[in-house]
Design a protein around this ligand. Structure first.
Ligand code: GLY
Length: 351
């Protein structure tokens, strides 16, 4: 059982009593739990067995494809049918889609009701549920409509990770590796020396990784500067993710970010910030966990066109978050097309 205090809320790890304490203290007029078909089956029974108050369930279809305003409309309508009001509590029981969208729906319903996050995937535990980014995709752009608003609390349970397929664990693990690369060199070496996920102290690992993220988001909640380092690997990674959407070579978010991190580490190497042996180590570590998918990278023009839609860009210039060294991220970096081309070649080269 562990607890992390953020500037406006607490994150509890493996503490069911804390959920009930939070809800009892809030004296809510009603409780709504948002789930998808997976968390309805695998996670809701644990929560339902514990909640002392009665609650209503809103089930949505899983998947990023449903993270849109149509689904929000359906949730708002159901909330009205259930008689929810601004003194109700919304519990988001799911991965990043439910956390981002459920938090957005709750924050805008009747100008805002309280919500708590119960992230059920590794990705949402170590990343999405921390720092208050909420929203939905719009017109093909990821997270285009949204707000930053912290939840009332976050409750993480590592038992939920046991219900996840291995590929989902690998996907979330990319953010764990990222946290080490941008903020903690020792964590990077520890987290990349693993050989299999079955024998890990997930409570400690989630705690360590969340602590890195929370220190960043506490210091810069609105992403004016420092928080941008969390985007390391994501400029290229998001473009690769988009390129492979709806194709047989579909990549999970973290799998695309893992390739993005190698290529952006190579950009950092080209800028003279990390050594050749360091960038080779990053590439070898990523390949060890994710494999070497050289056929997933679009050509340079497609890559640049996809990256030009990135929210971090300023005045049409693509902005990167790279590494000053292993364990220290930077942001607002411009790179040339030639440098990007060389980073593609670096990823494709056999090691
Ligand atoms: N996922 C990056 C951030 O929360 O800023």
């Amino acid at each position: 059982m562990k607890k992390i205090s953020c500037n406006t809320y607490n994150i509890h790890i493996n503490n069911w009593d804390a959920v009930n304490e939070y809800i009892t203290k809030g004296n809510y007029s009603s409780i709504i739990v948002i789930v998808d078909e997976n968390t309805f089956e695998h996670c809701l029974p644990s929560l339902a067995g514990l909640l002392l108050q009665k609650f209503d369930i809103i089930e949505i279809d899983s998947g990023e494809i449903n993270k849109d305003l149509d689904t929000c409309k359906g949730i708002w309508e159901t909330m009205i049918d259930f008689g929810a009001d601004r003194h109700s509590l919304c519990i988001n029981l799911g991965g990043g889609v439910i956390g981002d969208m459920g938090g957005f729906v709750a924050s805008t319903f009747m100008r805002g009701m309280d919500f708590i996050q119960l992230p059920t995937t590794l990705l949402s535990q170590v990343d999405a549920s921390v720092g208050g980014k909420l929203g939905v995709d719009f017109n093909g752009y990821k997270n285009l409509i949204g707000i930053i608003k912290n939840p009332g609390a976050v409750f993480m349970f590592t038992e939920f990770l046991d219900t996840l397929p291995e590929e989902q664990m690998r996907s979330g693990y990319a953010e764990v590796i990222k946290h080490g690369l941008i903020k903690d060199e020792d964590a990077y070496h520890r987290d990349t020396s693993i050989n299999d996920f079955s024998d890990m102290d997930w409570e400690q690992l989630v705690y360590d990784s969340v602590l890195i993220k929370k220190n960043i988001t506490d210091e810069d909640p609105e992403e004016r500067g420092l928080r941008k380092i969390l985007n390391f690997g994501h400029t290229i990674g998001h473009a690769i993710e988009s390129h492979n959407l709806d194709t047989p070579t579909h990549l999970l978010h973290g799998e695309a970010i893992a390739i993005g991190m190698v290529m952006e580490a190579h950009l950092s190497y080209q800028q003279g910030n990390i050594t050749e042996s360091e960038v080779n180590h990053i590439k070898a570590s990523i390949i060890n966990i994710y494999g070497h998918h050289t056929d997933r990278i679009p050509d340079i023009d497609t890559l640049i066109s996809l990256m030009s839609k990135d929210k971090k860009n300023k005045g049409g210039v693509i902005m990167f978050s790279l590494l000053d060294k292993i364990g220290v991220g930077n942001y607002n970096q411009e790179v040339s097309e030639d440098e990007i081309l060389r980073s593609i070649e670096f990823w494709k080269k056999t090691i």
